[in-house]
Structures are given as structure tokens and as C-alpha cells.
Design a protein around this ligand. Structure first.
Ligand code: ADP
Ligand code: NG1
Ligand code: MG
Length: 457
């Protein structure tokens, strides 16, 4: 049987929230919604910035989500509004709209999901849509609020038009269509949003997309803490610069190994083609790439292309003017992080003596590599990770793209209370801006379920 996103009745514990959204919908549009879609955010336990290199990652869905109330009609209009007044109303012709990459307003993420699904369905006539969106994932904090919104939008468009895709296919579709916003992500967020299951983290592998249960060990709780530093990925080039650095590293390694370098975009594909282990791949990086940053001119010289040709083979629209690329450190991070994910999964499966300490060490090593080799942390986030470790975490690391946002800590179950008090005192109480966010910034979490459609009973 094909595993499709489920259609459910609204569960008891969500009734109040959904009623609030329904009320906003009725007040705004003067009609009742027909159904809701819901997609969660996620916390990545380990495996940062490697999904777009083709490597497996290990996230779980969180309770925080994006929910949309929807009614359909026979017009050609899309009308969307948000329960949060900071996100302004938007309307357009459903068959004729543009996604603005240079100014990524919230509705552009909605349009990404809509556009991806419309292109997949190829219908002569699509339903008009009226929607009210409500989100609880802290935005720009590495918990994937953007993908929750994209997935929610693609799912509601699919349901409105009586279309059906498996969880895997809609996850792939969403990974592709979120790129309309400009960021060249790898697909982890959309995969876990659809393929998550209550009670289990997942190893997500790519090409083809697969999700395998990972039973987290007893005796530990995962706690998320937001540094309260925001980074909007689509509004800056930080994220795509890293994607491009990994691509250039892959292409230079491929070229120096006598492969057709233009055919390689990802470090994972080069490793596979060379038939070497991740440890060997690290040796290859040390042998081929130098630690100093590469100038664009040097990269062009090595690959034997002009700057214009390099733009086509390797760069993104928002990295065309970048002058230097750090290839050695980025590639070392990717291969070592890919290895840590496999080790993390193995410890969860085998449950050896000292399992929690082993997992904690892998998380700490991951953070150090993100901070020092991938340079995707920031001082406040490093400080928060240090405070979490001093407050009793067995391991703590940034989660999501970084440059701000959240860290995830593994805390002994019997020490969670004292951990929360200590992190509150040492990080949040130090500034009024952080104190004001404490209710949503620091929380324990458990593996949540995947995206679903909810019908009003
Ligand atoms: P994240 O790490 O949360 O995915 P991104 O920078 O990728 O961060 O995406 C954040 C953007 O997603 C926000 O700037 C906003 O445009 C959109 N977004 C997030 N949550 C909501 C919401 N509840 N309602 C509307 N838009 C949202
Ligand atoms: P966040 O921080 O949630 O936007 C991004 C990418 C992921 C992955 C992580 C880093 C998108 C939609 N998401 O996540 O694919 O690369 O960074 O591990 O691009
Ligand atoms: Mg995002």
C-alpha cells in the first residue's frame, strides 16, 4: 500500500488551537474552513550541512508546527492571511504569480509549495484557495519553520485538487520547490516533515529518499534552547556560500582524480565514485586541498574555466560575486560529520555500555566542527552551547543551518529540571530581550508525527 499523508480527525489535544485558527478564518473571510493541514518543524540531532552533499542525517519532528485552515472555491484566486499580524495578507491569481527571491516575504514560502504542487499536478483547472496560516515554530531559528510552511502549502494544494502523492514523493517535491526561494537546501527538513513518526527519530538517507527508525536511548531527554539570534537563510548568502564551497571542493577533488568534474555537484557522489571510505575521503582532502582560502581565479585556473563558465557549473545567483572559498575545512567537516551520523545511529542500535556518553561526545564533536571548520555558529550560540554543557548536558550542539538559532542538548532524564533552571539563569536572565522569549525559547522535546490533513467533524 502506498504510504500517503493521512487524513485525520482533529485530536483532543489540538482542538483548542484549531478552533482559534478557525475563528480567525471566519472573522477574516466570513466563511468556514473545509479542512486543515499541519506540518511540523524538526530538530536535527546530528548531521549538519551534509544533506545537500548527499549524506544521511538524523532528525526528529517536534511538536511546534505550521497549520493552515483552508476553504476551496471555483475562482482562480489565492487569498492567504496569518494569525500573526506581523505577516501581512497576500492575494494573487493562482495561475499567475512570481516568487520574489530578493525579498523573501513569508507568503513566498507558501507560493513555493503551491507552485511545486501545481507543476506536479498539471491540471487544466485548479481550485481557488482561501487560507489562514498559524505557526508555532520559532522562525529563522534552525527548527525549519520555512519547510513546515512549504510542506503545509503543498499538502493543502494537493488535497484541494483531489491529488495523491506518497509521503516520499511529496517530500521530494517540497525539497525541490523550496529552492524557488533561492536557498539550495538538501531535503532533510521536508523529508522528516512528511516521514516522521511519533516516538522515533529517523535516519534520513537520500537518492533514493529513505527514512529508518532510530530508537533514542532511555535515560536522556533532548532539550532545545534558542540563542534568540535570528538568521533568515533566504535573505542572506551565508547558506548558499557553504553549498557552493562544498560543490567546488567536490569538483576540484574529482578533477584531480581524473574524473569528469562537471558531472559532480556533491562531495558524496565523488566519494562514491572513488569507492573510498569516509576516513579515506578525509585523507584525500588533506592530500589535494590547501587550508588557505581559494580565490575565484585560482578555482577557475584549476578547473580550466572562465569566471562566466564557473557561474554555470558551480555557483548560485547569490554567490556570483563571492571572491574566496574555503574548501579544505568545509570538506573535512562534511566527511567527518557524515561519519558521526553513522556512529550515532550505530550507538542507538547497539546500545553499548556508556551509550549516552558516546552519543554526547559525537554531539560535542559535531558542534566543534560546525564552529571551527564550517564556521556556521556565532558567539551567542557558542556561549549557549557551553552553558548547556556546564548545566549538565551530556552533549550539546547547534541544530539547523546555524549562524544563530537553536542548540539541542542531550540531558540525563533525572537532571532536566536543574538543567532548565541553570540555562535560564546563565543565558536567558542575562538580557531582557532573551528573558521575554523564555517561554518559547527553552523546552524539552520528543519525536513528533508527520504532516497530515485534518477534517472538521
Ligand atoms: P528556519 O530555520 O526557521 O527554517 P528560515 O530562514 O529558513 O528559517 O525561514 C524563516 C522564514 O519562514 C521567516 O522569515 C518567514 O518568512 C517564514 N515563516 C516561518 N514561520 C512562519 C509563520 N508562522 N508564518 C508565516 N511565515 C513563517
Ligand atoms: P534550516 O536551518 O531549518 O533552514 C537548512 C536546510 C537543510 C540543511 C540544514 C543544515 C533548507 C530548507 N534547509 O535548514 O536542508 O542543509 O540547513 O543542516 O534549505
Ligand atoms: Mg529554513
Amino acid at each position: 500500500m502506498v504510504d500517503v499523508p493521512p487524513v485525520r480527525k482533529i485530536p483532543e489535544n489540538k482542538v483548542k488551537r484549531f478552533e482559534k485558527i478557525q475563528q480567525c478564518f471566519v472573522e477574516k473571510y466570513g466563511l468556514q474552513p473545509e479542512y486543515f493541514t499541519r506540518a511540523s518543524g524538526r530538530v536535527n540531532l546530528i548531521g549538519e550541512h551534509i544533506d545537500y552533499c548527499g549524506y544521511a542525517v538524523l532528525p526528529m519532528a517536534i511538536e511546534q508546527d505550521v497549520v493552515a485552515a483552508v476553504s476551496t472555491n471555483d475562482s482562480t484566486r489565492l487569498a492567504i492571511a496569518n494569525t500573526n499580524s506581523k505577516y501581512r495578507d497576500f492575494e494573487c491569481d493562482i495561475n499567475n504569480f512570481e516568487i520574489n527571491k530578493s525579498d523573501p516575504q513569508w507568503y513566498n514560502y507558501f507560493l513555493c509549495g503551491l507552485k511545486g504542487m501545481l507543476e506536479d499536478m498539471k491540471l487544466d483547472k485548479v481550485k481557488g484557495l482561501t487560507c489562514m496560516v498559524d505557526g508555532t515554530v520559532p522562525p529563522s531559528a534552525g527548527l525549519s519553520s520555512s519547510s513546515a510552511l512549504v510542506c503545509c502549502s503543498a499538502l493543502l494544494t494537493m488535497h484541494a485538487n483531489g491529488h495523491s502523492l506518497s509521503k516520499k514523493d511529496i517530500a521530494d517535491l517540497c525539497a525541490n520547490c523550496e529552492r524557488y526561494i533561492g536557498t539550495q537546501g538538501g531535503g532533510m527538513d521536508q523529508a522528516i516533515s512528511f516521514m516522521a513518526q511519533q516516538g522515533t527519530a529517523k535516519l534520513i538517507e537520500f537518492n533514493p529518499l529513505r527514512a529508518t527508525d532510530v530508537q533514542l536511548p532511555d535515560g536522556a531527554v533532548f532539550v532545545i534552547a534558542n540563542s534568540c539570534v535570528e538568521l533568515n537563510k533566504a535573505a542572506t548568502s551565508d547558506f548558499n556560500i557553504r553549498v557552493v564551497e562544498c560543490r567546488l571542493a567536490a569538483q576540484i577533488i574529482a578533477k584531480s582524480k581524473g574524473l569528469k568534474w562537471e558531472e559532480f555537484k556533491r562531495l558524496g557522489d565523488v566519494q562514491k565514485q572513488l569507492g573510498i571510505t569516509l576516513e579515506d575521503a578525509i585523507n584525500v582532502v588533506q592530500e589535494i586541498l590547501h587550508k588557505e582560502p581559494y580565490t575565484k581565479q585560482e578555482v577557475c585556473g584549476i578547473l580550466g574555466v572562465s569566471a562566466d563558465e564557473l557561474a554555470n557549473t558551480s555557483l548560485s545567483a547569490n554567490t556570483l560575486t563571492v571572491g574566496t572559498f574555503k574548501l579544505h575545512d568545509r570538506a573535512i567537516h562534511v566527511f567527518s560529520e557524515a561519519n558521526r551520523v553513522l556512529q550515532f545511529k550505530k550507538v542507538c542500535d547497539d546500545k553499548p555500555t556508556g551509550a549516552l556518553e558516546k552519543l554526547g561526545q559525537l554531539m560535542n564533536d559535531s558542534h566543534a566542527s560546525c564552529r571551527d571548520m564550517y564556521e556556521c555558529s556565532c558567539p551567542d550560540l557558542d556561549n549557549l552551547v557551553d552553558i548547556c554543557v556546564k548545566s549538565g548536558a551530556i552533549g550539546s550542539r547547534l541544530t539547523g543551518a546555524g549562524w544563530g538559532g537553536c542548540c539541542v542538548s542531550m540531558v540525563p532524564a533525572n537532571q532536566v529540571e536543574s538543567f532548565l533552571v541553570s540555562v535560564k539563569d546563565e543565558y536567558y536572565s542575562k538580557s531582557p530581550a532573551r528573558s521575554a522569549q523564555i517561554d518559547t525559547a527553552l523546552f524539552a522535546t520528543q519525536p513528533g508525527g508527520g504532516a497530515a490533513i485534518y477534517v472538521c467533524s
